[in-house]
Each structure stands twice: as C-alpha cells, then as structure tokens.
Write a protein that binds this ligand. Structure first.
Ligand SMILES: NC(=O)c1ccc[n+]([C@@H]2O[C@H](COP(=O)([O-])OP(=O)(O)OC[C@H]3O[C@@H](n4cnc5c(N)ncnc54)[C@H](O)[C@@H]3O)[C@@H](O)[C@H]2O)c1
Length: 169
C-alpha cells in the first residue's frame, strides 16, 4: 500500500526527460499526487500520449516543454517559461540521460562531449536556473526519511546512504 502525500498537492515539480521510462513514471506519480508537473523532453509524441493518458485517468495535467537539454540556452528559456507560468519551482528531478553503453575503443572526442552534455552538463544548469535555497535542517526532517525507508514506498531501496543537508552539497 502506497502513501498519499498531502504536502505534494499543488507543489511545482519539474522533471527532465519525462516522456518515457523512469521520468514518465515520475511525472505520473507526481500528477497522481495532484502536484503541478512540468516536464522537458525531446520526444513529443510520447509526451502527448502520456498527457492524454493522465488526463483520462483524472490526475492533474502535466505541462510539456520540448527542450533539447544539451542546448543550455534552450534549457534556460524553458525554465523561464516554466517560472512565468508557475511562478516557482519547488522540486527539480534531474532525470534525463542516455545510458547507452560503449566499448572503450568506440569512444571518440565527439561522443565523449555528447555523453557529458546529455548525462552531466544540463543537471548543473537546471539546478542553477531554479536556484535552490540552502538552509539549516531540523531533526524531524531526518525522521521523515526514516519513515519513508520503513514504508512500502521504498520497497526497492536497500543499503543506501542519504545526504540530508537542506541543499548544502
Ligand atoms: N534504466 C535503468 O536501469 C537506470 C538505472 C540507473 C539510473 N538510470 C538513469 O535514470 C535516468 C532515466 O533512465 P531511463 O531508463 O528512464 O532512460 P530512458 O532513455 O528511457 O529515458 C530518458 C529520457 O530522457 C530523454 N532525453 C534524453 N536525452 C535528452 C535531451 N538531450 N533532451 C531532453 N530529453 C532527453 C529521453 O527522450 C527519455 O524520455 C537516466 O539518467 C539513466 O541514466 C537508469
């Protein structure tokens, strides 16, 4: 049995790479919690299919932004459009990536740069664009992670270390 999180209602959650795979599941899970979800991707048809499915299911309607995240100017423009529409970003999920495996011999200078662009660079610039606020954390904020790890919601999470630092790292 999984949790409903009242504090997620109306929260503005931005998911990169939300059209398919893990990102799609995150968009859906957040929309089911009645959060306001914006997602960025390059797969337009998959995005529209996801939105149609969620609207039919009666969740909140996610907002889709076509954005190639390797284009930092386009990324910054999309974040600005999201801020214009929602006024804030409460949660950023840096999910997009490309996990295609290569042999060492196949890596070229160009493929290395492309891989860094799709798997590393945009995560920093997304975080920069939404400017997370650092703050002191409280003991009960640590206790709430323990609740989550003890509940069914974390059923596939074992033997991990968590940094709970209010955004300092
Ligand atoms: N699948 C796994 O087993 C696994 C395990 C650990 C971590 N991850 C990581 O989780 C994330 C999602 O994995 P997945 O399996 O759902 O991958 P996926 O390939 O199914 O989904 C990635 C999404 O990112 C989007 N994307 C890719 N490049 C983009 C770009 N330049 N601009 C905008 N959007 C872009 C894709 O269109 C797609 O919708 C990745 O970062 C991956 O490395 C995956």
């Amino acid at each position: 049995m999984f949790a409903t999180y009242p504090s997620l209602r109306d929260r503005v959650i931005v998911v990169t790479g939300g059209s398919t795979g893990i990102g799609e599941a995150i968009v859906e899970a957040c929309a089911v919690q009645r959060a306001r979800v914006a997602f960025l991707d390059i797969q337009d048809e998959e995005a529209e299919r996801l939105i149609a499915r969620l609207v039919t299911a009666g969740t909140t309607r996610p907002a889709y932004y076509h954005c190639d995240l390797t284009d930092i100017v386009a990324l910054q423009r999309s974040v600005q459009q999201i801020l214009d529409r929602f006024q804030t970003v409460d949660v950023l999920v840096n999910n997009a990536g490309n996990d295609t495996r290569h042999s060492i011999a196949d890596v070229t200078s160009e493929s290395w740069d492309q891989s860094i662009a799709v798997n590393l660079k945009h995560q920093f610039f997304m975080a920069q664009a939404v400017i997370p606020l650092k703050r002191i954390i409280l003991p009960e904020e640590v206790a709430r992670l323990v609740l989550f790890l003890a509940a069914d919601d974390s059923s596939a999470i074992t033997n991990q270390s968590y940094v709970i630092d209010g955004g300092w790292v």
